[in-house]
Design a protein around this ligand. Sequence first.
Ligand SMILES: O=P(O)(O)OC[C@H]1O[C@H](OP(=O)(O)OP(=O)(O)O)[C@H](O)[C@@H]1O
Ligand SMILES: Nc1nc2[nH]cnc2c(=O)[nH]1
Length: 175
Amino acid sequence: MTVNNKEFERYIGRNQISDRLNELAGQIDMDYAGKSLVMLAVLNGAFIFAGDLIRLLEVDAEVSFVKLKSYRGTASTGEVQTLIGLMHELKDREVLIVEDIIDTGRTMSKLLEMVWEQSPASVKVCTLLVKPDVFKNKYQLDYVGFSIPDKFVVGYGLDYDELGRQLPDIYKIKD
Ligand SMILES: O=P(O)(O)OC[C@H]1O[C@H](OP(=O)(O)OP(=O)(O)O)[C@H](O)[C@@H]1O
Ligand SMILES: Nc1nc2[nH]cnc2c(=O)[nH]1
């Protein structure tokens, strides 16, 4: 499979993603039983994951978005830009941040600071993917779909220079 002239191979299939989402939704429903949450999804990459996950939840869930950007091509720029900031009243709310991937952890670190400034009742992080060799457990991740090696991935919302987001499976770059 080619995206923008780079070769990728299938890595996590749609059925595996779907099974894992059901498990994550079950855990979230249990943890937030009797409460309502605000799902804060990080654009662009998390739009598909957040859309699929929210439809599996039984607890009351509002949805809100921020748009942050740090990647260019297949590498982090080291700088996290806020393209759309927080729009939702988060004071005293139970906030569940939803990301497609945590790599260096810089994007999430910046977002956690932005969210805690709003005095929410609680903040938890749900990410579909994490690269533990890069992230090195810098802070707590409450819900993780899959831990993956330090390889660039696309599909299921994740892009390579904006292409590949529409792929239903997740692909990793060929060595
Ligand atoms: O842990 P980090 O090293 O900060 O990387 C993770 C971030 O990188 C990706 O976003 P990207 O900057 O590619 O923007 P996009 O979501 O619009 O594709 C991804 O969606 C995360 O937000
Ligand atoms: N598409 C994509 N975006 C990322 N952002 C941080 N890591 C990655 C990755 O492996 N793939």
